[in-house]
Design a protein around this ligand. Structure first.
Ligand SMILES: *Cc1c(COP(=O)(O)O)cnc(C)c1O
Length: 349
């Protein structure tokens, strides 16, 4: 085994609802609000697409989902040679790390963000430079200052998971001005569809000016297809072609391609999801509580508290599974009824 792998552990999912019920002696239903899934599920048209294509299951998929590649290219007005698919962004991060990050290189990101950037850098025997968050947000100046000759990739999660905070278009422009133009910058926009702030970056426009920027999006979050595993990168055709060498030939599936096509087509459904989420999110952000809730542009909120474990267990006793962090908890928003239960717990905690 590569020695650096002993520094890592396998991903630990939270306990299942059944296990949690047992552990805490809970009688009623438990609702999962721990993984930022879209609890409303995908467009009905996406579900129908799966039924319509079930007879094709014996066939290998077409490499790099060509129908979806055309559709994404048309949706964003980019060339299809710029679009690459992964079995979720998780796999895209593996592909990028495997292609770009060499032993002895470093990657730069924030200390309080999505863990897979670091995990995969360690697998490649690279250093991880983690710049602390400032009030739940990426310290973009700190990150730009940390970039050096050995930096193979910079990862920016915008909005950030787990805090939900975002940076504006102008913030990102100012940041990119400071990063040398040969250092690749990956903008992980897994929650972009949920963003309603008007000053959110137009990353595709930035890519025209900054050739080192690449964009990552997924069907797992607002599109509600986390169980199918499909996400994508939009970059220069040159980078997409390099990464395509490492992409396993049949990494996505026929069903994920077909379902994602229909989910993408059904923008009306997506807009309903986004609007419902926005209304619910506002109620959390306006909540009267002494707890600190970071301003979120996503489908989750992060509640900062030094009594995180106690808050987590209180929610569990009210039937809500949240995600525990050392300095707080992250709660995915769902149906209004459960959201209200959550808010009442936060108010009285
Ligand atoms: C959920 C998430 C991902 C991974 O999403 P998949 O496409 O399901 O693999 C990547 N980045 C961030 C920030 C996420 O929250």
């Amino acid at each position: 085994m590569k020695s650096q792998i002993s520094k890592l552990s396998a991903y630990q999912p939270g306990l299942s609802p059944e296990k949690l019920k047992e552990k805490y002696g809970i009688e009623g239903e438990l609702h999962k609000h721990a993984s930022n899934e879209n609890l409303f599920g995908p467009s009905p048209k996406a579900k129908q697409a799966i039924k319509d294509h079930v007879d094709d299951l014996f066939l290998y998929p077409e490499p790099n989902a060509p129908l979806l590649q055309e559709a994404i290219a048309a949706h964003y007005g980019v060339d299809k040679a710029q679009v690459l698919f992964g079995a979720g962004l998780d796999e895209m991060i593996v592909i990028i790390s495997r292609t770009l990050v060499r032993a002895g290189d470093n990657i730069v990101t924030s200390a309080g963000t999505f863990g897979q950037y670091l995990h995969n850098a360690v697998v490649e025997d690279a250093e991880t430079i983690q710049v602390p968050l400032i009030d739940g947000a990426f310290d973009l100046d700190g990150i730009a200052a940390a970039v050096n000759d050995k930096t193979a990739a910079v990862w920016i999660c915008n909005p950030n998971n787990p805090t939900g905070t975002y940076h504006t278009h102008d913030d990102i422009v100012a940041f990119l001005e400071k990063v040398p133009s040969h250092i690749p910058v990956f903008m992980d926009e897994a929650y972009a569809e949920y963003v309603t702030a008007e000053d959110y970056p137009k990353t595709l426009e930035l890519m025209k000016q900054y050739g080192n920027v690449a964009l990552m999006r997924t069907f797992s979050k607002a599109y509600g297809l986390a169980g199918l595993r499909i996400g994508y990168l939009i970059s220069t055709p040159e980078l997409a072609a390099q990464l395509n060498v490492i992409r396993p030939p049949f990494n996505t599936t026929r069903l994920s391609e077909q379902a994602a096509l229909k989910a993408l087509e059904d923008q009306e459904y997506l807009q309903q999801i986004v609007e419902t989420n926005r209304v619910e999110r506002e109620k959390f952000l306006n909540l009267e509580t002494s707890l600190k809730i970071y301003p979120s542009q996503t489908n989750f909120v992060f509640v900062e508290t030094d009594r995180a474990k106690e808050l987590d267990e209180t929610l569990l006793r009210h039937g809500i599974i949240a995600r525990l962090f050392p300095n707080g908890i992250r709660i995915s928003l769902g149906f209004p009824e459960q959201n209200e239960v959550i808010r009442n717990v936060l108010k009285s905690f």
